[in-house]
Design a protein around this ligand. Structure first.
Ligand code: DX5
Ligand code: ZN
Length: 229
């Protein structure tokens, strides 16, 4: 049996004037979830969007919504994000000295907790909280902007996080985010990713969403196919 790889578009790259239509198109094309990037202008050098846009996204789709909080002091906000419609809330280990408490708060708010780390953060930072989370996100770019180039060193990090997941919390998902395209998604999957975020590879003015989704799926299938077939 081939494992199902979850694929979700990041709406950061969507055309905001047609956001509802674009989310609908992604869902119709087989997206498994919608990824929402929240940036506060402090943890990352950019500001994206917040609660009202999450509420609108909630109304636009029946898919799970995966909220990636790129913000300092996420603990002050996770309840509000859960109420606004987040199914999964992922926080950065660098942004919160009280990870354990905040992850518990996410769970109590009714969302699933996720944890992530920047490309230069040692993976050992995950160790203690890994049993508490539904998902680990391995960032493949420095967070803050869509459309950046995949950092190749992320592949080895994906493999090491996969090992740690197998040891400490085998049902935990391993998500990758940043610079993922049809040309490199196969390598991320082979290294151990099972949940894929893609922004600019799916929402682009040059390509219809279903075509871009189909390309990603084909690349994922090729990576999963037994060698020689
Ligand atoms: C980057 C965000 C990503 C971004 C990915 O800080 O966390 O989710 O939207 O965009 P692409 O796929 O274009 O790199
Ligand atoms: Zn993200």
């Amino acid at each position: 049996m081939t494992r199902h790889i979850h694929l979700g578009p990041s709406i950061l790259a969507a055309d905001f004037l047609h956001l509802g239509d674009q989310i609908e198109a992604a869902q119709a094309a087989g997206a498994d979830f919608i990824h929402v990037d929240v940036m506060d202008g402090r943890f990352v050098p950019n500001i994206s969007f917040g609660l009202p846009l999450l509420e609108a996204t909630r109304r636009a789709t029946t898919l799970p919504i995966d909220v990636h909080l790129m913000m300092v002091e996420p603990g002050l906000w996770v309840q509000r994000f859960a109420e606004a419609g987040a199914d999964i809330i992922t926080i950065h280990v660098e942004a919160d000295p009280h990870l354990h408490g905040t992850l518990r708060l996410i769970e109590e708010s009714g969302a699933a907790p996720g944890i992530t780390l920047n490309p230069a953060t040692p993976i050992v930072m995950l160790e203690e909280v890994l049993p508490m989370v539904r998902q680990v996100l391995v960032m493949c770019v420095n967070p803050g902007f869509g459309g950046q180039t995949f950092i190749p060193a992320a592949l080895d990090r994906i493999a090491r996080v996969r090992d740690m997941i197998e040891r400490r919390n085998p049902s935990c998902r391993l998500e990758v985010d940043g610079g993922i395209k049809a040309s490199n998604v196969g390598r991320a999957v082979s290294a151990g990713a099972d949940t894929i975020v893609a922004g600019s590879a799916i929402f682009s003015p040059d390509r219809p969403i279903p075509e871009a989704m189909a390309d990603m799926r084909a690349a994922i299938r090729a990576a999963l196919a037994p060698a020689g077939r």
